[in-house]
Design a protein around this ligand. Structure first.
Ligand code: GAP
Length: 513
């Protein structure tokens, strides 16, 4: 655990040091769970968004993208159920006066048991070597089976009490498990209470006429309320999808995992409208499609898993999470939900307007069913960034810190470095920058010895360094250094663009889907 914590701390400090993420309003001591994307972070985030948008909108002829407003009519949130049911169960520790999400306290407790299982598995794998069968071990080792049984029993009870809104039982569970406040170490807990996560604001100038609004807690509702507008103006035929990316706001209580859980964050969502009865098939298809999108980035198949929900929200008939192995363990990265006709029907009821599709083949109107894919852009950023950060020991026993971002997403694709600041080398380097800048983000760097400049670019995640030296003046060739392998090749200046394009072009990555 300590190791995981250290890794995570390193991720956070690297993100700051190399201009990826800053605490919001840092000069005023920051705002909790709110972050600013810095010069490199903004580029990486833009590239992830673009990678999602291309896969979703550009490559699917039956999916279109919109950009709905953050502020919506307040009845939207009554219809969607957020006013009445978008709550977290909270509990306070009377000694430390700290507030926690009751369900997260219990889940953290089970995560500790899961860590014990992982330790047992590691030990056994070492003991048995090549003959180790993990699946068999998990189901037969008495200690591991006992741990797993304990986790299942606890989570089942938690799920049931939350579903039945039995908050007294959630408190009883916390007490029975002897969960202590991480700050005071005491078990002196208040009762569990529900707390709505939406941020309120007001529209209008005078106090009497002002209208109470909410900052949207998800982007999806902007799609639902525009369903018929898009269908009619785009002459869309079912099945079809509407996608959008944008900010969402939640007054999160537990906000301590950097950009994993933020109060202001960005979602990339797609609602796929289908014929009632066909939702199961589309749900499976989208599960597969989304996993392929993730795997195309090459972060390793073993770092993803599905977690199918047993306990379903009242509007869903199936739901799963794509979980990623973050530095603090497997956690939700994306949700895929079969949401039935709940949202459109609720908006019909609250607005009094029909939100139906006329199906020419069936010759009848109906409210379509919806399969949703919903991923947090910031969480995807964290997955990529934390996975990319590596400390490597080199042959000469020195270490290098390298950010092995997928080249397609890297903020800067190449750094152009004159070997020395004289003899006309900077001029040639500037010419290369001027030529490449039309196609990629490139930087020029002449400060320090070239070895140090390579290290700086490794740490910031730049996939290529192009070094201009005296030989360049004679034969128009440069040294092209590859970040991940540190391999250096001598290539003609005229070839550089094509070599980089091959590695960073979105098409060559997305085609792997
Ligand atoms: N429209 C469905 C929906 O909003 P969700 O599971 O609440 O579903 C979807 O959120 C995704 O949004 C999550 O899988 C996660 O990636 C991201 N997300 C949710 N809350 C977040 C937060 N507080 N900070 C960062 N990302 C968040």
């Amino acid at each position: 655990m300590a190791n995981q914590e250290e890794v995570f701390k390193k991720v956070i400090s690297h993100a700051k040091e190399y201009g990826y993420i800053f605490q919001s309003s840092e000069i005023y001591d920051g705002l909790s769970a709110v972050y600013d994307y810095a010069q490199n972070g903004a580029e990486l985030k833009k590239n992830i968004r673009e990678y999602w948008w291309r896969a979703m909108v550009q490559l699917n002829k039956n999916i279109v993208g919109i950009d709905a407003a953050i502020l919506m009519h307040p009845t939207t949130w009554k219809a969607s159920g957020h006013v009445d049911a978008f709550n977290d169960p909270l509990i306070d520790n009377k000694d430390s006066k700290k507030r926690y999400r009751a369900d997260v306290l219990v889940e953290d407790y089970t995560a500790k048991i899961e860590t014990k299982i992982e330790k047992e598995v590691k030990k056994a794998a070492k003991r048995f070597g090549d003959s180790f069968d993990k699946a068999q071990y998990l189901t037969t080792n008495p200690r591991v089976v006992e741990y797993q049984k304990k986790i299942d029993t606890i989570l089942k009870r938690l799920g049931k009490s939350l579903e039945n809104e039995d908050l007294a039982d959630v408190k009883a569970l916390i007490e029975e498990l002897g969960i202590v406040c991480p700050v005071s170490g005491s078990t002196n807990w208040t009762d569990v209470k529900q707390f709505n996560l939406m941020f309120g604001t007001k529209l209008g100038a005078s106090a009497d006429s002002a209208m109470d609004l909410y900052l949207r807690p998800e982007t999806a509702q902007g799609i639902f309320v525009n369903f018929l507008n898009v269908q009619k103006t785009g002459r869309m035929k079912i099945p079809f999808g509407i996608a959008q990316t944008g900010k969402a706001f939640r007054n999160e209580i537990v906000a301590r995992q950097f950009i994993f859980r933020m109060r202001e964050f960005e979602q990339m969502e797609m609602q796929f409208f289908v014929k009632p009865g066909s939702q199961k098939e589309w749900y499976e298809a989208w599960k597969e499609n989304r996993m392929k999108w993730h795997l195309s980035l090459g972060l390793g198949n073993e770092n993803y898993r599905f977690h199918d929900h047993e306990k379903l929200a009242h509007y869903a008939d199936a739901a799963t999470d794509i979980e990623f192995r973050f530095p603090f363990g497997f956690k939700e990265l994306e949700g895929i939900h079969s949401r039935t006709d709940f949202d459109l029907s609720a908006h019909e009821e609250h607005s009094g307007k029909k939100l139906q599709y006329f199906d020419h083949e069936e010759n009848k109107s109906y409210v379509p069913y919806v399969v949703e894919t919903s991923i947090g852009l910031d969480r995807m950023f964290l997955a990529i960034f934390s996975h990319a950060l590596k400390e490597e020991t080199l042959e000469n026993n020195s270490t290098r810190t390298v950010l092995k971002l997928p080249a397609v997403l890297a903020p800067t694709k190449a750094a152009v470095l004159p070997l020395v600041k004289k003899d006309g080398l900077p001029e040639v380097a500037h010419e290369i920058v001027e030529d490449l800048k039309w196609d990629f983000n490139v930087v020029y760097d002449e400060k320090d010895a070239v070895g140090r400049r390579y290290r700086r670019q490794d740490a910031v995640g730049t996939p290529f360094c192009i070094t201009v030296d005296h030989q360049t003046l004679e034969d128009q060739t440069v040294t092209l250094r590859h970040r991940d392998t540190m391999e250096q090749q001598r290539v003609a200046i005229s070839e550089v663009k094509a070599i980089i394009t091959k590695e960073v072009d979105m098409k060559s990555w997305l085609i792997k889907m």
